[in-house]
Design a protein around this ligand. Structure first.
Ligand SMILES: NC(=O)c1ccc[n+]([C@@H]2O[C@H](COP(=O)([O-])OP(=O)(O)OC[C@H]3O[C@@H](n4cnc5c(N)ncnc54)[C@H](OP(=O)(O)O)[C@@H]3O)[C@@H](O)[C@H]2O)c1
Length: 257
């Protein structure tokens, strides 16, 4: 039985991933806050032949995340952990500020809890004798390449997660544990809809899930999509800062009071 844990499984990308992997011989652990949505995803996954467990709690509670992560490894080994739960906020265009509490909550779920979950699941993976011992996918964002004007906290959290994942992949390179960083562009979801600015090359969650699963199967260090947007974001990171900011404003990503 292959055991796959997905956080943010009540959201668009998480649901699509759960349904992509749902089949006989797969045991899915679905985490999020909204139990009724998790139950509905679980039912659809069961109909595809998977067995399911639900974990409904607020993932910004780092201590609860740590305890949950440790408990996951104690029952059945985790073959694939997809750290996908996340939030986005943006600056108030009048004050040009983000709400401090919302920013702290975002950093907790997007970064601190994500790292705590990995750290709490890792010992059980390392203790396994069979290889590969496990796989960890961290869902960052193309915004990790270059901070976007309207979303400083989100950009910071995703840049942090990208750096963490790249570092951990190198650390664990010879350990039999795979670590992959996922860098999506725009994918249709509640979070994406609420974000200001243009959304070029918008993908469906199903298409994103297929690309993620393909990249994970190939053990690619960075699973970035769509290609042209990914290339553009990497190019922005190489430009002088003033020029990158100018390009972003010209493309409609500026914030005006
Ligand atoms: N959509 C995009 O364009 C895009 C682009 C780049 C990266 N991403 C990343 O992809 C991931 C999934 O996003 P999505 O587009 O699928 O967004 P979504 O539909 O809004 O889903 C977000 C998921 O995160 C969960 N979540 C948020 N805060 C949580 C908390 N405090 N505790 C537990 N769960 C929490 C939500 O659970 P509940 O609803 O149950 O609270 C939901 O399952 C995120 O990490 C996001 O940053 C998305």
């Amino acid at each position: 039985m292959r055991r796959i844990v997905i956080t943010g499984a009540s959201g668009a990308i998480g649901q699509a991933l759960a349904l992509h992997y749902a089949s006989a011989g797969v045991s899915l652990v679905l985490q999020g806050r909204q139990r009724h949505l998790l139950q509905s995803v679980a039912q659809r996954c069961q109909a595809a032949g998977a067995s399911t467990e639900i974990a409904a709690f607020d993932g910004s509670d780092v201590e609860q995340v740590r305890q949950w992560g440790e408990s996951l490894g104690q029952t059945e080994p985790v073959d694939l952990l997809i750290v996908n739960a996340g939030q986005n906020i943006h600056v108030d265009p009048t004050t040009l500020r983000e709400d401090t509490q919302a920013s702290s909550a975002l950093l907790a779920i997007n970064l601190t809890s994500a790292i705590a979950l990995v750290q709490s699941v890792l010992p059980a993976m390392q203790a396994r004798t069979q290889t590969p011992r496990g796989q960890i996918a961290l869902v960052s964002s193309l915004a990790a390449w270059r901070g976007l004007p309207a979303t400083p906290s989100y950009s910071a959290s995703k840049a942090g997660l990208k750096a963490y994942g790249e570092s951990l992949r190198a650390t664990l390179a010879d350990s039999g544990i795979r670590v992959n960083v996922v860098l999506p562009g725009y994918v249709s979801s509640a979070m994406c809809d609420a974000m200001p600015g243009p959304k070029p090359f918008l993908w469906t969650p199903e298409r994103a899930a297929r690309a993620i699963a393909k990249g994970l199967a190939a053990n690619r260090g960075r699973i970035a999509f769509p290609f042209w947007l990914s290339l553009g974001c990497q190019a922005l990171a190489c430009l002088p800062d003033g020029l990158a900011s100018w390009v972003l404003r010209r493309l409609g990503y500026g914030v005006s009071p």
